[in-house]
Write a protein that binds this ligand. Structure first.
Ligand code: ADP
Length: 487
């Protein structure tokens, strides 16, 4: 891997302001999903190391919280500046370990950094309350304080941004932080630690523990009495396990879990806009995001023309190694992920769905079983597994609908409630339908909905808590009510 700043590629974990190998010298291999080649062996830490990292975070927390908000803000700002100064190298590391096209990786670095910049500013905007007392001898007021040590567990699909989105509000609030990145993509997290150190963020404030044994580290993070909160992004299945583990010590939690986003196009929609929206919400990161369009519902009158236009748009997709020019669909993260997408498509076709488009792939590099061709199927119905599971691949699955009522019921007929999208030019429907969708995020005539200024998060089994926006810092603060008597 060619980097301008080779110091960004680390293989040890970082906690207590120091870099740590495993005591027994164990490592695990991190590979490039586009080529199958090994990139580097990363130190494989264990539960004792996780406990040490938590202790370091605990020791650092009081001093970090005691800094003025302007001081914490300045650290975060320096971190942001260094990330942006190293954007190209960070994107190269990200693409190499994760597979997404380089342009998307650069976008992710800026997107993640935006949260750090935003919360550097929000650190200064934490407000309490003064409450009218029930009698004149008392005064009641509310202050907000840092929760304490925060642990995070993050996935491989956004190895930089999912971490930045949690660390930024936590540090801004005065919490210290222990991160456990996904085993597939630890290098982006370690590169963030290199830059946190360079930004002068004090020892113990930002820590990263890498391991091939997620359940073992997860167990320590969820059971340690020194950890006050767990912030998790990942599958609903693992989220439920971690929630149960956190219950034993009544930890606060934020859960960003799976989605099953509907994308609804009404007869009166601007079709060009809808095609643009579906392309960005479906195919970003090869379909591997929790806000990716999963179920496309098109009203009957425009169905055929929609399919025609979507096929033309999909013909511009170019699958390959994310580092190559012109590639906009990279590999899926593992062979297993690609096999699951194959299974979903086969199941749909066996149950009557129609194959409208299957991209040709011309991939010559290495073992290519992780690549999945952009695919469009129509005639999908609610009984097919593809409309129940997160596809997490570049497959557009289209159903026809007739009425607003029918499509609302279909859209809400899932245990998930993260992102949803609909396209219409009827202003009354915009409000009526937007309010009736049971989702934390609604894109209306828009397929790209996530930014640091807006609250990102789900309802139902997609989780709870919000990342970004003026609400984001509250997830990392406690409310304390103080009652002053004897006045
Ligand atoms: P994905 O489908 O995105 O891989 P997962 O929920 O499996 O979602 O993984 C998200 C994160 O959770 C990763 O960092 C993974 O290592 C971690 N993880 C998976 N299983 C456990 C577990 N039992 N305990 C703690 N962390 C886990």
């Amino acid at each position: 891997m060619q980097l301008r700043n080779p110091k960004l590629l680390r293989s040890e974990s970082y906690f207590g302001g120091e870099w740590h190998s495993a005591a027994d010298g164990r490592t695990f291999s991190v590979g490039n999903p586009a080529t199958g080649e090994a990139i580097i062996d990363v130190a494989d830490l264990n539960s004792i190391n996780a406990a040490e990292a938590i202790k370091a975070a605990h020791l650092a927390q009081a001093d970090w919280a005691a800094l003025t908000v302007k001081e914490r803000s300045a650290y975060l700002r320096r971190w942001f500046d260094l990330i942006m100064a190293n954007q190209d190298d960070l994107a190269t590391i990200l693409t190499t370990e994760q597979g997404k096209p380089l342009a998307e990786a650069k976008g992710e670095i800026a997107y993640g950094a935006n949260y750090i910049e935003w919360f550097a500013e929000e650190a200064k905007r934490v407000y309490g309350d003064i409450i009218a007392p029930p009698n004149n001898t008392q005064r009641l007021f509310v202050i907000k304080q840092a929760i304490g040590v925060v642990a995070s567990i993050t996935p491989w699909n956004f190895p930089n941004a999912m971490l930045a989105r949690k660390a930024a509000p936590a540090l801004a609030a005065g919490c210290t932080f222990v991160a456990k990145p996904a085993q597939e993509t630890p290098l982006s997290a370690l590169a963030l630690a290199v830059l946190a150190e360079e930004a002068g963020i004090p020892a113990g404030v930002f820590n990263v523990v890498c391991s091939s044994d997620a359940p073992a580290i997860g167990h320590v993070l969820t059971s340690s009495p020194l950890v006050s909160k767990l912030s998790f992004t990942g599958s609903t299945q693992v989220g439920k396990v971690l929630l149960a583990q956190c219950a034993t010590s009544v930890k606060k939690t934020s859960m960003e879990l799976g989605g099953n986003a509907p994308f609804i196009v009404f007869n009166d929609a601007n079709l060009e806009l809808a095609i643009k929206g579906v392309m960005s919400s479906k195919f970003r990161n090869a379909g591997q995001t929790c806000v990716c369009t999963n179920r496309i519902y098109v009203q009957r009158d425009i169905h055929d023309v929609f399919i025609e236009k979507l096929v033309s748009a999909m013909e511009t997709l170019n699958t390959g190694n994310g580092r190559d020019d012109g590639v906009n669909i990279g590999p899926l993260i593992t062979n297993k992920a690609a096999a699951k997408v194959t299974e979903l498509v086969n199941d749909a076709l066996e149950h009557g769905a129609k194959l409208e488009y299957l991209a040709k792939m011309d991939i010559t590099a290495g073992d290519n079983t992780r690549f999945y061709p952009p695919t469009l199927i129509s005639g999908v119905n609610k009984h097919m597994q593809i409309s129940k599971d997160e596809i997490f691949g570049p497959v557009a699955a289209v159903s026809i609908f007739d009425t607003e009522e029918e499509v609302l019921a279909a859209a809400n007929n899932t245990e998930f409630g993260l992102a949803s999208y609909f396209y219409t030019n009827d202003i009354s429907r915009v409000w009526r339908f937007g309010e009736a969708l049971e989702y934390g995020i609604v894109g209306i005539n828009e397929g790209l909905i996530s930014n640091e200024m807006a609250p990102f998060g789900g309802i139902k089994e997609s989780g709870f808590g919000r990342e970004g926006s003026k609400y984001g810092i509250e997830d990392y603060m406690e409310i304390k009510y103080m009652c002053l008597g004897g006045i």
